[in-house]
Design a protein around this ligand. Structure first.
Ligand code: MG
Length: 384
C-alpha cells in the first residue's frame, strides 16, 4: 500500500467561541469559524483524516515537507515517517510545527484503523473502553453570570456535578481580564468550588501561567488545605528550575509540562530533574499520538502518571491505551455554552459522556470521529 495524495480542505462552521487578546477562548457571538481537514489517501482507496487549524497545515507546509516525506510511502510505516518529518524541523521548526506533525500522525493512525477495520485505541492495544472525564472550565471572564466571580465558579461546578462529572479543573482569571492575575481571587474561587461540591469531587487548578515562585507556593499551600488533586502550569514552563523549586516544597502533585516544546525529549529532562510529580503531554502539543505514547510510557517506567492535555478523539484514544492516565480532559466548558452540542463538522460527539462521568470510546474504525463530509463539502473555502 502506498500513499497517493495528501490534501487540505479549509472550511467554515458556526461557532459561539471567541478568542481574547491573549488567546483564551470565551463565549462569543455566533460567527463562522474556519478549520482545515487533512486527508491522506492510498493507492488502494483507503483514507485517513485529521482536523487542524488552517494555519498549521497550510499549503506551504504540505508542499515543502509533508508531501515530500509521505508520497509513495507505506502509510503503516508511522514511526519512520514521523522521524523523517521530525528531521525536517531542524532548521524549519518555525514552519513545520509540532502541531503539523501531530495532524499528519493522527491522519496516519486514522488511516490504519480504517484500513484494518479497527478503532485506533484497539489497534494500539486498549487498556479500557471508557475513561472518567474532568470538566475543564474556560478561563475566568468579566461576563455577569459567567465565570466572573468565585461564586459563579461554585454555581457552575454544581451544574457540572449534576451533569455527571466526578472531577473539575478550574482555569481561573488571566490577562486581559482587568483584575488578573490575582492570587487571592484564585484561592477564593478554589475554596468556593470545594465548599460547593464537597470532598468527594476531584478538583484541579490551572491558573495564570506566569506566577512567581512565591505566589505559586502560596496558592499551592492553599490547594493542599482544600485537598486539590493537582496544581498545573502555574509558572512559565521554560524555567524548569522554578518547577524543581516548587515541587520540592509542595505536597500537592505538580503537573507538567504542558505547553513546553521539546516533545518527549524535554519531558525526560523534567523527570530526571524532579520538576513535576505528574507528567503532561497532549497529541497536538508534542507532535502526535506516536510521541504522546512515548511520554506516557516514559512516565510509566518512572512510576509516574501522565495526564493527557486537551480534548478530542486522538487524546481520548491515548487515554484509553495507557494505564497511567487517570482522566480525560473534557472542555473547555462555560455556563453559556453547551459542550454536548455536536459541532457541524461531526455527526456525533467524539467524546460522549454518560451520567456517571465516563466518556466512551467509539467502536467505528479509525480515530472515531464521525465526520460530516456533507457539511464540509458544502462549506469548503478552498482545497489544496
Ligand atoms: Mg493546562
Amino acid at each position: 500500500m502506498k500513499i497517493e495524495t495528501v490534501r487540505g480542505t479549509e472550511f467554515t462552521y458556526p461557532s459561539r467561541r471567541s478568542t481574547d487578546s491573549a488567546g483564551h477562548s470565551h463565549p462569543g457571538p455566533l460567527t463562522q469559524a474556519r478549520m482545515a481537514l487533512l486527508t491522506i489517501t492510498t493507492d488502494e482507496g483507503h483514507s485517513g483524516h485529521a482536523f487542524a487549524p488552517c494555519e498549521v497545515i497550510r499549503p506551504h507546509v504540505l508542499d515543502a515537507f509533508v508531501r515530500k516525506v509521505l508520497l509513495g510511502r507505506d502509510p503503516f510505516d508511522r514511526e519512520k515517517l514521523w522521524a523523517e518529518l521530525e528531521h525536517w524541523q531542524r532548521g524549519s521548526a518555525g514552519q513545520l510545527t509540532d502541531r503539523a506533525l501531530a495532524a499528519v500522525d493522527q491522519a496516519l493512525w486514522d488511516l490504519a484503523g480504517r484500513a484494518l477495520g479497527l478503532p485506533v485505541y484497539k489497534l494500539i492495544g486498549a487498556w479500557r473502553d471508557k475513561v472518567p472525564a474532568y470538566g475543564s472550565t474556560m478561563c475566568g471572564d468579566e461576563l455577569p453570570g459567567g465565570l466572573s466571580t468565585p461564586e459563579e465558579y461554585a454555581d457552575f461546578a454544581l451544574k457540572l456535578v449534576a451533569r455527571g462529572y466526578k472531577a473539575i479543573k478550574l482555569h481561573t482569571w488571566m490577562p486581559p481580564v482587568k483584575f488578573a492575575p490575582d492570587v487571592d481571587m484564585d484561592i477564593r474561587a478554589c475554596a468556593a468550588v470545594r465548599e460547593a461540591v464537597g470532598p468527594s469531587i476531584a478538583l484541579m487548578l490551572d491558573g495564570y501561567h506566569n506566577y512567581s515562585r512565591t505566589d505559586a507556593l502560596r496558592i499551592g499551600r492553599a490547594l493542599e488545605r482544600l485537598e486539590f488533586t493537582w496544581f498545573e502550569e502555574m509558572m512559565n514552563e521554560q524555567s524548569m528550575a522554578s518547577y524543581v523549586w516548587l515541587s520540592e516544597q509542595l505536597d500537592i502533585p505538580v503537573l507538567g509540562p504542558e505547553s513546553l516544546s521539546g516533545k518527549h525529549y524535554s519531558r525526560a529532562d523534567w523527570v530526571k530533574a524532579g520538576a513535576s510529580d505528574i507528567l503532561r503531554a497532549g497529541v497536538p502539543g508534542v507532535g502526535g499520538i506516536t510521541p504522546t505514547l512515548k511520554v506516557a510510557h516514559l512516565a510509566e517506567a518512572f512510576g509516574m502518571n501522565c495526564e493527557v492535555h486537551g480534548n478530542g478523539a486522538a487524546n481520548l484514544a491515548v487515554c484509553a491505551v495507557v494505564r497511567n492516565c487517570r482522566w480525560y480532559e473534557r472542555g473547555l466548558l462555560h455556563p453559556f455554552l453547551d459542550y454536548d452540542e455536536v459541532p457541524a463538522y461531526l455527526n456525533r460527539l467524539a467524546d460522549p459522556m454518560d451520567e456517571h462521568g465516563y466518556v466512551h470510546l467509539a467502536q467505528a474504525p479509525g480515530l472515531g470521529e464521525d465526520i460530516n463530509f456533507e457539511h464540509i463539502e458544502a462549506h469548503t473555502l478552498r482545497q489544496y
